[in-house]
Design a binder for this molecule. Structure first.
Ligand code: SF4
Ligand code: SF4
Length: 152
């Protein structure tokens, strides 16, 4: 007998923390460094990733301390989802679920691994460089890969 997955039956605001955490596809896109135009507030995304992301597996090595170590690190919660959308990539599974009511077909909860997500080009593993390799802020401009609502 097929069972209906929890993300189709449970509101985001009513999920357990374990369910909520499991929705993260581990793509690492939210950890890419963004630049914001002071006048227009437009946001451009670079392929430079936060120094605390392990690019071998896209895991944050300072997950518990992340918002202390990186003040601009977004801690997504059911309550701030809407206000943080602007800063999240369009492929972010939380965003996709909120907007469409379902998870993308490559999601690890559906496929059982990260393989399909990587094949779909969602993971940043192969395209990102660590902030540790950047010498100064000016260099970030040459790493811009998209601006505002355009898809990566
Ligand atoms: S973009 Fe969304 S799904 Fe991807 S790692 Fe960040 S929070 Fe998780
Ligand atoms: S502190 Fe961790 S979760 Fe936050 S942006 Fe850096 S790598 Fe990502």
């Amino acid at each position: 007998m097929n069972t209906i997955p929890f993300w189709q039956t449970t509101k985001l605001t009513e999920m357990t923390s374990q369910q909520w955490e499991s929705l993260c596809d581990g793509c690492g896109r939210c950890c890419l460094i963004k630049l914001q135009d002071e006048d227009t507030e437009d946001i451009c995304t670079t392929n430079v990733v936060c120094r605390y992301l392990d690019l071998n597996n896209c895991h944050c090595i300072e997950y518990k301390e992340r918002t202390v170590l990186v003040p601009e690190c977004v801690r997504l919660t059911p309550d701030n989802l809407q206000e943080q959308f602007h800063y999240m990539p369009q492929s972010c599974s939380y965003r996709v679920l909120y907007e469409s009511g379902d998870l993308p077909e490559w999601h690890p909860l559906l496929t059982g691994s990260h393989e399909a997500m990587e094949e779909a080009g969602i993971s940043i593993k192969m395209m990102a460089v660590s902030e540790n390799e950047i010498e100064d802020e000016e260099q970030l401009f040459s790493h811009i890969i998209d601006c505002d609502e355009e898809e990566l």
